[in-house]
Every structure is written in structure tokens, then in C-alpha cells.
Design a protein around this ligand. Structure first.
Ligand code: PLP
Length: 401
């Protein structure tokens, strides 16, 4: 096996340096644990941006992938395959009964939603094309997705962007109402903004958006790439506020670590995406779709929605206790096992110190620890992780203002 420095050397020579990477090489994962090339163990409270939601290498997921790999890895979408049909059934029956288009990532899922919104609007013949999205949202890195992402840092160097996107502050209904005009065809929002700092879209706000979309004949689209597939303690993030969108997008946890994305739309809206309008070579391939079906089965059979609620409540409580103890924490927010811990200062140091002690957490938006353990996390592992976090926080001095 190559050493850490040998692998890093390969990257330095051959891999484009578009990521800020840790000087670590991951070699193995099991459940909530990860090991690096030097044999050091880490508790993974991040799950790779909520991708490994049933933990690393869950035996049933491994078995489903191995079985499918030995049977049929790929078929073009000119054929039917059972895993894709079954996965679409899981999405429909755990959600709002929609029909699904499959792709390979969250950005592509949002591209599909944006295209569907426009083609749906084009059938009305009223020239509608504008889409409203929200400040601090994140929707991916393709052109329409970065345009939908209302954060200027993601636009720099890439202009001109795609026309037709308007931005409002999250939870500001008056501003949304001001922006809507005869050309607006849809609103795209994350039920909880992930990358933007674990910011919750308020229930009243989402309900008002639902009413506004219904009244004005616009589509309400939820980006559930991070909140979907159990992360919030419900199958879908929209089920926490109980506001049903017309379209939802998903990826991350959907394939348990295999590359898959999807867009699910109410059948009458989905009908606009006829043959030739949109496609993806690898979308819904049997391997990733079989993995996706295994993810849903594991969550159902092992009661992981209930575990996410229980462990989420426990983790939140313990973090709030920690907040009482240290001025370093100013707020704890989120739903299920998607929690954000607002820090009084930049969290880069805290993350590195935790990592050195064997705890892997993420900090987003400079000051928000994003805590997203696997849905099958145990209290024991959380206690072990919290002990490291608490010890590190206690040892840190608040940064001078
Ligand atoms: N939408 C949301 C809410 C996300 O959090 C992300 C990724 O972080 C994306 C879309 C883009 O997903 P991907 O990186 O798979 O294209």
C-alpha cells in the first residue's frame, strides 16, 4: 500500500488542485469510523457532506453493490432496468408520489429541475422563465446551478451567468413578493441551507411560498440534496414543516456513496419532460440504483429515521449544555442529524485540532460547525466525539476582536 506522502505526491503531479485538501489519505471506513494511511482512526461526524448516511461500508449496502456488479453494471436508458424502477418507487412512496428523473449529482438534479420549470412554463405560452432563489443557498457548480446559488464568491471569474435568476434573503416573504412578476416560473429553496450555514427556512415562510406559487401558477422546488433521504429524521426535509413542493431534487445520501442524483416532480409537471428533452448517460444506472434501493431498505429496516430523531435530540441537548459552558458556541440549530453549531469565531482551528485528536467535523461559512453523523450513529460514539469536541473547545482561547 502506498504511503501518505506517495499518494499526496501523485495528486501534486497529476490531479488538478481545485480542492483545499487535508494532508491525509483515507483508506478504509466502517460505520462512523474512518482510517487513514498511517492507521490512525477518526470518528466521522460529517459523512462526506451527508453522503455516507448509513455509515461507511454498511454490510447490506456492500452486498447489494457486489450483487448488482456481478449481474449488470450498466445499461443505457433506452432499456428498462429493475433497480431504477424500484428506486423511483421508493422515492415516490416515501415522498409525494412523484415521478423521477435520474442523473449523477446534486448539481445535475438542480439543472434538471430548472429545465423542467422552464419547459413547464413554456407550455403556458406566457414567456415565463425567471426563477427566484435565496441568499446563502447552494445548488451546485454547473452554470445554471452556480447562477441559482446566490453567493457572489461562486460567480467570480465565470460571468456571464445564466439569465433569469433573482435572489431574495431567506425568510423574507415581502422581498419574494416584490420580485415575483409575470415572467417568474418557479421558486427554488433548500428547506435547510447546508453549505450556507445550516440556516432553517421557517415553516411559515415555506407555507407562504407554497401559497404564492399555487396562486401565481409557479412551481415550488425544494433542493433536498442535503436534507433528503432521512437526514432530518424524516424521509424528506419538506416533511418537517409539512410543506409539499412540486419538484424536489436529491443526491448525496441517495446512493450511500455511489454517484447518483435525482429530480422528482409531481406527475402532471413531470409529463413535460418528454423523450429528447433531457437525458443522462449514467443516470439511474443499475449499480447506483441498486445501492439507492439498499439505502432505503436499511433506513426502513433499522429504524434509522427514529434513530436520527433520537440521536439528533441527544446531540442537540449535549451541544446546548456545551454552549452553557463556553462562550465559543453562540447557537445550535438544525433538524434531525443535520445540526449547525454557530461559533463565536472562525472554526478552522477548532476543526484542525479536533482532527488531530481523531474527530472529523466540518466548518462551513467560516463560523458554523456542520455536524452530520451517519443516521445509525450510537450514543456511545457521540459521547466519544463530544468529549473530544468539549476538550478542544475548553482548551481554546477566544480570538481577540
Ligand atoms: N444542492 C445542495 C443543497 C448541496 O448541498 C449541494 C452540494 O453540496 C449541491 C446541490 C450540489 O451537489 P453536487 O456536489 O453533488 O453536484
Amino acid at each position: 500500500m502506498a504511503t501518505t506522502s506517495e499518494v499526496i505526491e501523485l495528486y501534486n503531479k497529476y490531479v488538478i488542485a481545485n480542492y483545499k485538501r487535508l494532508p491525509l489519505v483515507a483508506v478504509r471506513g466502517q460505520g462512523a469510523y474512518l482510517w487513514d494511511a498511517d492507521g490512525k482512526r477518526y470518528i466521522d461526524l460529517f459523512s462526506g457532506w451527508a453522503v455516507t448516511g448509513v455509515g461507511h461500508c454498511h454490510p447490506r449496502l456492500v452486498e447489494a453493490i457486489a450483487r448488482q456488479a456481478a449481474t449488470l453494471i450498466f445499461m443505457p436508458n433506452t432499456w428498462h432496468t429493475e433497480p431504477q424502477g424500484r428506486l423511483a418507487e421508493w422515492i415516490a412512496t416515501t415522498g409525494f408520489g412523484g415521478k423521477t428523473f435520474f442523473c449523477n449529482s446534486g448539481a445535475e438534479a438542480n439543472e434538471a429541475a430548472i429545465k423542467l420549470a422552464r419547459i413547464h412554463a413554456s407550455t403556458s405560452g406566457k414567456g415565463r422563465y425567471k426563477i427566484i432563489t435565496f441568499e446563502n443557498g447552494f445548488h451546485g457548480r454547473t452554470f445554471a446551478a452556480i447562477t441559482a446559488t446566490a453567493q457572489p464568491k461562486y460567480h467570480e471569474g465565470f460571468r456571464p451567468l445564466v439569465p433569469g435568476f433573482m435572489y431574495a434573503p431567506l425568510n423574507d416573504l415581502a422581498e419574494v413578493e416584490r420580485l415575483v412578476d409575470e415572467e417568474t416560473c418557479a421558486i427554488l429553496v433548500e428547506p435547510i441551507q447546508g453549505e450556507g450555514g445550516v440556516n432553517i427556512a421557517e415553516t411559515g415562510f415555506l407555507k407562504a411560498l407554497r401559497d404564492l406559487c399555487t396562486q401565481r401558477g409557479m412551481l415550488l422546488m425544494f433542493d433536498e440534496v442535503q436534507t433528503g433521504v432521512g437526514r432530518c429524521g424524516t424521509w424528506w426535509g419538506y416533511q418537517v414543516p409539512g410543506v409539499v413542493p412540486d419538484i424536489m431534487t436529491m443526491a448525496k445520501q441517495l446512493g450511500g456513496g455511489t454517484a447518483i442524483g435525482a429530480m422528482c416532480a409531481k406527475p402532471e409537471v413531470a409529463a413535460n419532460l418528454g423523450p429528447g428533452t433531457h437525458a443522462s448517460t449514467f443516470g439511474g444506472n443499475p449499480l447506483a440504483a441498486a445501492a439507492g434501493c439498499a439505502v432505503f431498505q436499511i433506513i426502513r429496516d433499522e429504524g434509522l429515521l427514529e434513530n436520527a430523531q433520537k440521536m439528533g435530540a441527544y446531540l442537540r441537548q449535549r451541544l446546548l449544555e456545551l454552549k452553557q459552558e463556553t462562550p465559543m458556541i453562540t447557537e445550535v440549530r438544525g433538524a434531525g442529524l443535520m445540526l449547525g453549531v454557530e461559533l463565536a469565531q472562525n472554526g478552522t482551528d477548532l476543526v484542525s485540532q479536533c482532527l488531530a485528536k481523531g474527530l472529523y467535523v466540518n466548518c462551513t461559512h467560516d463560523t458554523v460547525l456542520r455536524v452530520m453523523p451517519p443516521l445509525n450513529i450510537t450514543r456511545e460514539i457521540l459521547d466519544e466525539a463530544l468529549a473530544i469536541l468539549a476538550e478542544t473547545l475548553r482548551s481554546m482561547k477566544p480570538a481577540a476582536k
